[in-house]
Design a protein around this ligand. Structure first.
Ligand SMILES: [Zn+2]
Ligand SMILES: [Zn+2]
Length: 328
């Protein structure tokens, strides 16, 4: 598609939220072990891109999918599970290729004039020493923060496997681990599912990655936050709210109830399960994006642009290995 370099519109937004606590531990995202349920939808071709009618799975593509005729009200660049580390590949994870993959996404986001960019967690992978891991984070945050637009970080279990939450937040320049903000008449909520069942925040190896929870205080905050907003809302979270553990949040049913009761949530965007996925529960759409880290070379990159369209429908254009959903 023909895209020119353009000046960037900066979204007017204001953040409010809570301070997070601590983190730590090690995890293996066992995406490969999880059966991905393909929904049986009618496929069609439009402008050279495969879409699936009715919303679920769009075309995985090495080229940009068609933008469509409708102008977005808000445009969001999305990346997840970058797992950046300066270390040799392990299995399907090519840690040193992340900066090049992110650079491609950054270029696309700039061309497409996104209003904001959201990183959905697991930005780094582990190192043998804390100072080295902090170096990984500083390195990749420098690239992410250079993308024009506002930047928002979601905490993933790997983000804090060595660091504490305050250490992570300080490096990325964010005050809170869960918070909300408004952009162009829409409300956005960032959740932090890095809490243990006993309510304690993850912190330096004190957690099992399968024990992911939204804390009681956070659920209370979420409920109040959704009540106070007059706007339609999009939620960002790392661990999944639409599946059971080990990849899902343990108290996801309680959180889903809050989301459904609000009647305001358009979609929930997630990471953590590296192969991605999609499903709808109780009228809320849950879209899990594919990890950027999996596979070598640009053809294995994965990132997305989400548009909120008039009438509050959502279009997700997937690039490289990321699927498109048109529209949700
Ligand atoms: Zn991950
Ligand atoms: Zn994860």
């Amino acid at each position: 598609m023909a895209l020119g370099l353009v000046s960037i519109r900066r979204a007017s937004s204001s953040a409010k939220g809570y301070n997070g606590g601590q983190i730590g531990g090690n995890d293996v995202d066992k995406a490969d072990q999880i059966q991905w349920r393909l929904l049986n939808r009618r496929a069609f071709i439009r402008q050279g891109t495969l879409f699936l009618a009715g919303s679920t799975l769009g075309g995985s593509c090495g080229i940009a999918p068609a933008e469509g005729p409708e102008k977005p009200k808000v445009r969001i660049g999305l990346v997840t599970d970058l797992h950046y580390a300066d270390k040799p590949p392990a299995g399907p994870r090519y840690y040193r290729e992340t900066p090049a993959k992110l650079a491609e996404a950054a270029k696309r986001f700039e061309e497409q004039k996104v209003d904001l960019v959201v990183e959905l967690g697991d930005m780094i992978d582990s190192a043998d020493f804390l100072h080295v891991e902090k170096g990984y984070l500083r390195r990749i945050v420098k690239d992410f923060a250079a993308i024009p637009g506002k930047h928002y970080y979601v905490l993933g279990n790997h983000c804090v496997s060595a660091l504490t939450k305050p250490e992570f937040l300080e490096i990325v320049g964010q005050k809170a681990s869960f918070y909300s903000f408004d952009v162009k008449g829409y409300h956005f909520v960032v959740l932090d599912a890095c809490f243990r069942s006993d309510g304690k925040p993850y912190g330096r190896g004190n957690f099992d990655w399968t024990d992911s929870n939204i804390s009681a205080a956070e659920v209370e905050w979420l409920s109040a936050d959704l009540k106070q907003t007059a706007h339609k809302t999009v939620v960002f979270v790392h661990q999944r709210l639409d599946v059971e553990p080990p990849l899902g949040v343990k108290n996801a049913p309680e959180v889903r109830k809050v989301l459904e009761a609000s009647g305001k949530v358009l979609a929930v965007l997630q990471g953590h399960e590296h192969q991605g996925g999609y499903q709808e529960i109780g009228g809320v759409r849950y879209c899990t994006l594919k990890a950027m880290i999996e596979g070598s070379g640009p053809e294995n990159n994965a990132y997305a642009i989400m548009d909120i369209l008039p009438a509050d429908s959502i279009r997700i254009r997937g690039f490289r290995k990321q699927k498109s959903y048109d529209p949700l």
